[in-house]
Design a protein around this ligand. Structure first.
Ligand SMILES: C[S@@+](CC[C@H](N)C(=O)[O-])C[C@H]1O[C@@H](n2cnc3c(N)ncnc32)[C@H](O)[C@@H]1O
Length: 213
């Protein structure tokens, strides 16, 4: 273990501790992370929320894209991983919590409407009710021009839960783009880029753009 990089040791420890919430055997590659972070605007001071940051491979790509601009909030359910992330990425606001509680977390931590939500959550291990709760909370948290992006492993795309998840995205968002496969990842993955929550979700999003109101 001593020969492994620290982030990998921390990730593997989390896999052993909570295999079902981690849902991967290794962190995302830097290429997948960069693909996910590519939706972060290069200008301005965007508010970025990351769901399921783990040991921070995607966190690092988002930080690289942001420089010192904007606000980067990461929501991680595992308190030990959250502690690891706070030390590895001191600029990032790391919150311990469930992604499904995003709106409550926004209210408590005074987080305004979000420009970009980037998810590293293991969707294939999350039941359909929780998937919906997380995607709906995400849609309601986005600013009108906001963007949600996430990934799916290619080998699992035809499973019922993966299909159901893709259908859910299409139901909640007006536009869902599937990017080319990132082969340099274990396992290879595609990303979904989702914009414009559909009318119902968008209306609620407008109402909730300031979670403190
Ligand atoms: C597949 S790992 C991805 C880690 C990292 N984003 C990456 O791509 O390497 C999934 C992460 O999501 C976290 N997680 C799982 N369910 C969650 C939930 N409901 N809310 C917040 N975090 C969650 C896990 O603890 C784990 O850190």
């Amino acid at each position: 273990m001593a020969l492994l990089p620290r982030h990998l040791v921390a990730f593997l420890a989390a896999v052993v501790r909570r295999p079902v919430t981690v849902g991967a055997v290794v962190p995302s590659s830097s290429r997948l992370a960069a693909r996910l972070a590519a939706v972060v605007p290069r200008a301005g001071k965007p508010v970025v929320v990351e769901l399921g940051p783990g040991t921070g491979s995607v966190t690092a790509a988002i930080e690289c894209r942001l420089g010192s601009r904007g606000r980067h909030v990461a929501v991680e359910i595992d308190p030990i991983l959250a502690d690891y992330l706070r030390i590895a990425h001191p600029r990032v606001e790391v919150l311990v919590g469930d992604a499904a509680d995003l709106e409550r977390l926004r209210a408590t931590h005074h987080i305004p409407a979000v420009d970009v939500v980037i998810s590293g959550l293991p969707w294939s291990l999350i039941n359909p009710e929780s998937q919906r709760a997380i995607v709906d909370a995400t849609a309601r948290s986005l600013s009108p021009g906001g963007c949600f992006t996430t990934f799916a492993y290619v080998h699992g795309l035809s499973t019922p839960w993966a299909r159901q998840f893709r259908a859910l995205l299409g139901e909640v968002f007006d536009e869902v783009l599937t990017t080319r496969t990132v082969w340099w990842n274990l396992p290879p993955a595609v990303t979904y880029v989702c914009r414009r929550p559909q009318a119902g979700a968008a209306a609620v999003a407008a109402e909730h753009s300031n979670p403190l109101s």
